[in-house]
Design a protein around this ligand. Structure first.
Ligand code: 13P
Ligand code: SF4
Length: 334
């Protein structure tokens, strides 16, 4: 069996603490104990597995999670989400310990925008302002003027003068949707999310025929043809709120399946149908988000590793556009 020191040394390869846990341990109770003992807070994204959502202190979309990270008085922030989210929490709290249960929990969308390539692209548009979706690396954030999330992107774009030219990165689908909503012609970086690009128009249409009263609700990272089928398009928080407020009884949910847990909890009498991908895989589950497990969460809290560490200079550069986003969001009451 691997001992703790070997497991710590192996994190560079494994991404997490690969040690056995006593199967009789009540992980929910243990996590609560550690939270109190260490003044730690668990922030979880809606795409995390249900057990992690149930043990979290705050569950939210990317904007909500960044806002919680900004205002927390906890000494340790445990981020149950993907790397760019934990990195954002670290940028906002450079002196706090930020833990991620599995360092390999990345993001295909973030990976689709390597900073060095993006810099070459940006340099071709010297008069353009760069708005980057928060799903990007700290290196990309450092090359951006303002960060946005799917909750506040429209407001952030509308807050700029109409004549201001803009590059939007890295998500071309969200960018195209925002161009339509705002009447802009932003230059789009050609990035996408592997989960949101997989939904099938044909299968959603067939589902809709079988469930004619169901509302189709979709995340704006989906392709335009899918978004055209939607009754409502919004961030994960927006989708959850819509499902609670709507009088409809059935919903076809076109985003990662993790969100269904909170939808079902908030509206037990309603039916939520996950939109199917265009093949028979479980590709509507984000393989990055789902790398985190309750066991890895417990271990990272107990041993305070893996930890997010960042170069100070990068923190300073990446912080500015995030703070700009948070300030504009506050201004609009978001
Ligand atoms: P939001 O939760 O901000 O809507 O983002 C979805 C997402 O893809 C996170 O990875
Ligand atoms: Fe990234 Fe897509 Fe997974 Fe969100 S769902 S973390 S955008 S790969």
């Amino acid at each position: 069996m691997t001992d703790i020191n070997t497991a710590k040394a192996n994190i560079k390869t494994t991404g997490f603490l690969d040690i056995a846990i006593n199967v009789n341990l009540d992980l929910f109770a243990e996590i609560e104990k550690i939270k109190n003992k260490k003044n730690a807070i668990v922030l979880a994204h809606y795409y995390q597995e249900p057990d992690i959502q149930d043990v979290a202190d705050f569950i939210g979309d990317s904007l909500g999670l960044a806002q919680q990270a900004e205002k927390t008085s906890a000494d340790i922030i445990v981020f149950a989400g993907v790397h760019f989210m934990a990195e954002t929490a670290k940028i906002l709290n450079p002196h706090k310990k930020v833990l991620l249960p599995d360092l390999k929990a990345g993001c295909s969308l973030s990976d689709s925008a390597p900073p060095a390539l993006f810099k070459l692209f940006r340099d071709k548009y010297p008069n353009h302002l760069v708005i980057s979706y928060v799903n990007c690396s700290a290196g990309m954030k450092a090359l951006s003027d303002i960060i946005c999330t799917s909750s506040n992107a429209e407001k952030i774009i509308d807050s700029l003068p109409k004549e201001q030219e803009i590059i939007f990165a890295p998500d071309k689908n969200l960018g195209a949707w925002l161009n339509k909503r705002t009447g802009r012609n932003m230059v789009l970086w050609n990035g996408a999310c592997m989960v949101h690009e997989i939904f099938s128009v044909e299968k959603i249409t067939k589902l809709k025929i079988r469930h004619p009263a169901a509302k189709v609700i979709a995340h704006p990272e989906c392709e335009e043809a899918v978004l055209r089928l939607a009754d409502y398009v919004g961030s994960t928080t927006g989708l959850l709120k819509y499902s609670v407020d709507s009088t409809a009884k059935e919903f076809i949910v076109v985003t990662e399946t993790g969100i269904l847990h909170q939808m079902q909890k908030s509206s037990p009498a309603k039916t939520f149908i996950p939109a199917p991908p265009n093949n028979s895989c479980a590709c509507n589950d984000c393989p990055h988000m789902k790398l985190n497990t309750l066991e890895k969460l417990y271990l990272c809290m107990e041993y305070e590793t893996p930890e997010i560490t960042m170069n100070e200079e990068l923190i300073i550069l990446a912080k500015k556009p995030i703070e700009r986003m948070l300030a504009i969001s506050k201004q609009y009451g978001l």
